[in-house]
Write a protein that binds this ligand. Structure first.
Ligand SMILES: [Mn+2]
Length: 334
């Protein structure tokens, strides 16, 4: 919990911070924010990661100093593991031998740390870092604010998703007071891709179809599409959400070929439609409105199984009460 984290930082000096493989805005933003906080407290701290930082996030202060490692190669008093469901998620060997501080906002997170600070009420781990900064009596510097703001913007889908609370917006307001220019961070997040994203989007969107009820959209990304467009990791961020802009669409299925006959699946839904339980029935997992799994075999067959499972879930809900989008979510799409 938070008080243990404060005490640990106060009584130690040498720290590392890491996050999950293929890091996203919250993983990077919360790690950088914590690193700036520790340095402002005169601690010795560095960020280590197995994977590259997505190139657009290199514009964030300190992102260029993240050290790539595949195993723990220095001595630390403690290693902070940000936004990870389990100890293997960072992809770093010998992490399990360290004094690990597990910081996450997913209720399903394993308590793999020596200290575990899990706050499912936080919209992003970045929001927790802001709380830590306040709890430890640190000053919210411009660097901390920019990194934490990145985490908030990406994890709440620019304050669109249901995890956006009054506290999220209050924290965002404090970050702007500390020097963040929201439009500048939006440029980093949304307008810093290469043309390869547009080229890939064109190909993937050309495959979008709907089931006969019209409520479930599904689409595909082949290995060939990636090769032809020269797309890199992250170029497909948010593709899965795109069909949901249609009011009548309640769920979206996005299948990416990772090797022949093997597909990574992302599922998204609106309102009370639970795609996590669908993902679980395919050995995956996630949240109610955002989940994923991996499937193998015949593409057409797997796709129709996934779509049918969602259509069935919608039918079941419709029997109980007609599917409805919460008013606040609809407003956010307006
Ligand atoms: Mn997060």
């Amino acid at each position: 919990m938070l008080s243990q984290v404060v005490e640990l930082i106060e009584n130690n000096n040498k720290f590392a911070i890491t996050t999950h493989v293929r890091p996203d805005g919250d993983g990077i933003g919360s790690s950088l924010g914590l690193n700036w906080l520790l340095r402002s407290l005169d601690k010795d701290s560095e960020i280590i990661a197995r994977d590259d930082v997505p190139s657009s996030y290199l514009q964030l202060p300190g992102a260029g100093d993240i050290r790539k490692v595949s195993e723990i190669d220095r001595e630390y008093d403690a290693v902070f593991v940000m936004e990870c469901s389990d100890i293997k998620r960072p992809g770093i060997a010998r992490l399990d031998e360290q004094f690990v501080v597990n910081i996450d906002h997913h209720a399903t997170c394993e308590h793999f740390g020596t200290i575990n600070w899990i706050d499912p009420t936080a919209s992003a781990v970045g929001e927790m870092i802001y709380n830590l900064c306040k709890a430890i009596g640190g000053r919210v510097t411009k660097e901390i604010a920019e990194c934490v703001y990145l985490a908030l913007v990406t994890d709440t889908g620019s304050f669109h998703f249901p995890n956006t609370t009054d506290r999220t917006l209050k924290v965002a307001s404090e970050l702007v007071k500390a020097g963040v220019e929201p439009s500048a961070i939006s440029e980093v997040v949304y307008n810093s891709y290469s043309w390869s994203r547009v080229a890939l989007m064109q190909k993937v969107m050309a495959t979008v179809k709907r089931d006969e009820t019209g409520k479930v959209a599904f689409m595909r990304q082949t290995l060939e599409m990636v090769e032809e467009t020269g797309a890199v990791d992250g170029d497909n961020n948010g593709f899965v959400n795109m069909p949901l802009v249609a009011k009548e669409v309640f769920a979206s299925v996005y299948m990416r070929e990772v090797e022949p006959n093997s597909y990574r699946v992302s599922l998204r839904s609106k309102g009370d439609l639970n795609v996590a339980s669908i993902a679980e029935s395919f050995d995956g997992g996630g949240h109610k409105n955002a989940a994923g799994c991996r499937v193998e075999g015949n593409w057409d067959k797997r796709e129709s199984e996934l779509v049918s499972a969602i259509v069935e879930a919608i039918k079941k809900m419709d029997k109980q009460k007609p599917i409805q989008i919460k008013e606040e979510f609809e407003l956010s799409l307006a």
